[in-house]
Design a protein around this ligand. Structure first.
Ligand SMILES: NC(=O)c1ccc[n+]([C@@H]2O[C@H](COP(=O)([O-])OP(=O)(O)OC[C@H]3O[C@@H](n4cnc5c(N)ncnc54)[C@H](O)[C@@H]3O)[C@@H](O)[C@H]2O)c1
Ligand SMILES: [Zn+2]
Length: 377
């Protein structure tokens, strides 16, 4: 098992990455016991609960904890609402025996379960402790670490929420085998992002392991990912190390945590423009990274061969690097409404080499228009 420490003073915690951790009383059960909880509530969605819910509850119970699971919420982003949070709170607050401040919440699933379950934990009884148990690659490398929790509002994604750090994160790479291939690619987009902002050697690792990471076996409904568990654990651990360092340096996103938005400014606008139902987040981020690189290249910050190298690796991972033509004016408009935009200006993260980025506050509509045209087919 690999352990990565997220250093946040009194709120520091470990991210544990390994194979077979979830169904094990000696691993998950022990880690939950060490937090000192008596009662443990597992929160999961309708896809993940039938696969891993019972094994998780059993492992916790075998370690002597009073473990139970809430009714699974329907899988998918549309469930990430105050209404679902409210239903979960009803279940928690009417449960017998009653929950108390010592109760531990275990969100089990992708980023939606993590954000929603983490948010419920943040507000129930003014804050319950959390053990995040991510099962999508995106949740493993990104959303489960850093303490951002929340739900969506009809006016935008993630507009209601709280910073609430977990007490521990447990990543069982074996759970990723049932992930749809498209969801794996989604997470790989964030891995490329981490490599570009901080670690060229991670990009080399992804380049060398792409085929092994995307390997599958079986057909139809029996199709499963057949990655090498060691390689997947290394990929996740290296990405978590980067996310952990960024979060430790700037927990509340006053500075360097903003680097994690590389590819996300134009990416979010593309997501909004095309519609969340029509493009996956990782695909939009892939396009956003290519577009940001175009601006960096035009400004003379990033060499053309470096930009091409990033595009090539995204293609190798079967992530999109071009799309049907987008309307640059609309993309600019959407970017200005981003909650991270400054009044009248657009801020973007641009690479200056592979492994290094800076934040630029002076991005012009013309630059965005050229970048958006560059990703149009
Ligand atoms: N808190 C943060 O810092 C942060 C960072 C990035 C993204 N996010 C949030 O994360 C969410 C996206 O996360 P996601 O892509 O994991 O979405 P998700 O939770 O919807 O999971 C994607 C799909 O995969 C399924 N799934 C998950 N694990 C599985 C498994 N092991 N086997 C089979 N199916 C499985 C889910 O049921 C779902 O259908 C968004 O809401 C986004 O805002 C949060
Ligand atoms: Zn993202």
């Amino acid at each position: 098992m690999k352990k990565i420490r997220v250093e946040l003073g009194l709120r520091s915690y470990d991210v544990c990455v390994g194979a077979g951790l979830l169904g094990s009383a000696d691993m998950l059960g022990k880690l939950a016991s060490e937090i000192g909880a008596s009662q443990v509530v597992v929160i999961s969605d309708s896809n993940v609960a039938p696969l891993y819910g019972q094994a998780t509850v059993d492992a916790l119970a075998a370690a002597g904890l009073d473990a139970w699971a809430t009714k699974p919420f329907p899988a998918g982003e549309p469930s990430k609402t105050l209404a679902t949070a409210s239903t979960l709170l009803d279940e928690l607050l009417t449960h017998s025996p009653a929950i108390d401040r010592g109760t531990l919440v275990v969100p089990l699933g992708g980023g939606v379960a993590g954000d929603l379950g983490g948010f419920v934990a943040a507000i129930a009884l003014r804050g319950l402790r959390v053990l995040q148990s991510p099962t999508s690659l995106l949740a493993c490398v990104d959303s489960s670490v850093g303490g951002k929790t929340g739900v969506d509002h009809q006016t935008g994604k993630n507009l209601i929420g709280a910073f609430h750090q977990p007490s521990c994160v447990v990543i069982d790479v074996e759970t990723l085998r049932t992930l749809p291939l498209a969801e794996l690619r989604n997470g790989l987009g964030e891995c490329v992002k981490h490599a570009v902002i901080r670690d060229e050697s991670l990009l080399e690792f992804i380049e060398a392991s792409a085929e092994k990471l995307l390997a599958t076996e079986g057909r139809g409904d029996d199709k499963k990912l057949s990655f090498d568990a060691e390689i997947m654990a290394e990929l996740i651990a290296r990405n978590v190390t980067i996310k952990a360092a960024v979060v430790s340096a700037d927990e509340r996103e006053a500075g360097v945590r903003g680097h994690l938005n590389f590819g996300h400014t134009i990416g979010h606008a593309v997501e909004t423009f095309i519609g969340y139902d029509n493009i996956r987040h990782g695909e939009a981020v892939s396009l956003g990274m290519v577009a940001a690189n175009h601006i960096a290249k035009a400004r003379g910050l990033l060499g053309p061969s470096q930009a091409q190298r990033i595009t090539n690796i995204l293609s190798k991972l079967e992530l999109p690097t071009t799309t049907s033509p987008l309307d640059p004016g609309s993309i600019w408009q959407i970017m200005q409404h981003d909650k991270k935009a400054l009044a009248g200006k657009v801020r973007m993260v641009l690479p200056t080499e592979i492994g290094k980025v800076d934040i630029y506050d002076d991005i012009t509509p013309a630059e965005v228009a050229q970048a958006v045209e560059s990703i149009g087919k």
